[in-house]
Ligand binder design. Structure first.
Ligand SMILES: O=c1ccn([C@@H]2O[C@H](COP(=O)(O)OP(=O)(O)O[C@H]3O[C@H](CO)[C@@H](O)[C@H](O)[C@H]3O)[C@@H](O)[C@H]2O)c(=O)[nH]1
Length: 459
């Protein structure tokens, strides 16, 4: 039995959303894989415990709950500003009560940047806080340098036909980016959410560490800016996706895995388009109809993740495609039959596709997804845009004919253009493998972080 003194007890506090809970859990798995001396209390609401309690996790990660003090996950999209407001104001008190009840002393808190109150809790209790940013480092830089947008008269962003294509070329670490590719909350319509986000980002310099879920090599120019300017360690520990789980057989069902994996096994190499429009906030019904019809008309094989919309598919389980309510996404992306990913550009999905070396068709919807799409298409050059930038008046509907044509070209193995893109995608995938291998940037950063919090704890 280890003595309690040699155990490093970490409290992990994800923001309550799928795109945040997952990378926090993946980071915890990585930490536990590195040392047996770490014990993690993973704090979620009772509702979230219901969603994740049966997932595989290391024995050293223990779930701890606070009551359901925020609006239910099942309808949070109905009033997003109210949801964020509740996260920022209602969780702190029950979290402190929980801290008082924990048996082991706490060496560090790892908290999502969007549960910013943890920074003050840490200050009051003299516990170091590592802020975990689950979006790209580039997006962090955009928000961190918000005042530059104001100084340059780019806030609120004017997306009129004349200005929408203006390039913002002064955000530290970023290549020039169109106004229309900035996070959607900067175009002025969602001030309340913007204020919350800016508050959270400005809490980071008062924390003791900044952790990025990205990979250093993918965004080193940006990460170097923060390494040089923040007075504490900045570590990229990504991609914080469940690659450790790939080594184990798929646990969800029978011996041969779920039906969709068996279906994938039967498809030709690189022939399947994987489609997922995200776990939160989706597209209009009219656009959805065009996407479904366009992909089906293209004749390309598809695996589609869709909840509650399966009635839109004329042939939901035929030979051309399979529609499932949820899948083991990284395993799907890593399957040799998958040749492309239609994505809403959530950052976790982006990292998973990058890791798997799968080219993307980008269809950003909200928030950081626009800049992610820009990075995929313009910086890493491993994808194409489906949706043109929203410049000028009104929402532009992409038609089924445009989509069918695009999807066909995208999965055309013969084309030179595609071959080159697949090669680049393979290269960025290799960059991730190098980062996580022994001595790679992620490996080294994880070790350094563990050393930091363990030593600080013992002194
Ligand atoms: O069938 C599915 C569909 C999704 N996922 C997983 O669900 C997560 C989805 O995360 P992400 O791709 O980041 O999308 P969102 O859930 O939309 O993420 C939110 O959080 C992200 C990180 O902060 C932001 O980049 C996004 O804009 C925001 O919407 C990923 O881990 C996926 O692997 C599955 O495992 N199976």
């Amino acid at each position: 039995m280890e003595s309690p003194r040699s155990i490093c007890h970490v409290v992990a506090v994800p923001y309550p959303g799928r795109g945040h809970v997952n990378p926090m859990m993946n980071l915890c798995k990585l930490l536990c894989s590195k040392t047996p001396n770490i014990v993690i209390s993973f704090v979620v609401t009772e509702e979230w415990l219901g969603f994740i309690s049966s997932d595989d996790k290391p024995v050293n990660v223990r779930f701890r709950t606070i009551p359901n003090v925020i609006p239910s996950e099942l309808d949070r999209a109905n009033n997003f500003p109210a949801f964020i407001a509740a996260v920022l104001t209602k969780m702190e008190a029950p979290f402190e009560e929980l801290l008082d009840r924990l048996e082991l002393p706490v060496a560090a808190i790892i908290a999502d940047t969007y549960v910013a109150w943890t920074v003050q809790v840490g200050q009051r209790r003299n516990i170091p806080v590592a802020s975990l940013w689950t979006m790209s480092a580039s997006v962090f830089s955009i928000f961190h340098h918000f005042n530059l947008l104001v100084q340059n008269h780019h806030f609120p962003a004017d997306l009129s036909a004349e200005q929408g294509n203006d390039r913002v070329d002064y955000i530290p670490g970023l290549t020039p980016i169109c106004l229309s590719d900035l996070p959607t909350i900067l175009n002025g319509s969602d001030r309340q959410v913007l204020h919350y986000v800016l508050d959270c980002v400005s809490s980071v310099p008062k924390a003791q560490y900044l952790l990025f879920t990205t990979v250093y090599e993918l965004e080193f120019q940006v990460i170097d800016v923060f390494k040089a300017n923040l007075p504490f360690p900045v570590y990229a520990i990504g991609p914080s996706i469940p690659y450790l789980d790939l080594k184990q057989p798929c646990s969800t069902t029978s011996l041969n895995g779920p039906g969709y994996l068996q279906w994938l096994d039967l498809q030709p190499r690189g022939s399947v388009l994987y489609v997922s429009l995200g776990s939160f906030l989706s597209v209009s019904a009219a656009q959805m109809d065009e996407i479904v019809a366009g992909v089906q008309d293209s004749g390309v094989r598809y695996l589609w993740v869709s909840r509650g919309a399966s009635s839109r598919f004329k042939d939901c389980c035929g030979s051309q495609g399979v529609v499932v309510p949820w899948c083991d996404q990284l395993r799907v992306l890593c399957h040799s039959s998958v040749g492309g990913f239609w994505t809403h550009c959530g950052f976790n999905s982006t990292l998973e596709a990058v890791y798997a070396g799968v080219p993307m068709l980008t269809f950003p919807i909200f928030m950081d997804q626009n800049p992610n799409s820009k990075q995929i298409v313009e910086d890493w050059k491993v994808g194409w845009r489906v949706k043109k930038n929203k410049v000028g008046e009104g929402e532009h509907l992409v038609s089924r004919e445009e989509i069918a044509e695009l999807v066909r070209r995208f999965l055309d193995f013969e084309s030179m253009e595609q071959m080159e893109m697949r090669q680049r995608a393979g290269k960025v995938g290799q960059t991730c493998q190098t980062a996580i291998a022994k001595g790679g940037s992620t490996d080294v950063n994880l070790d350094a972080f563990i050393k930091d919090i363990s030593e600080r704890h013992h002194h």
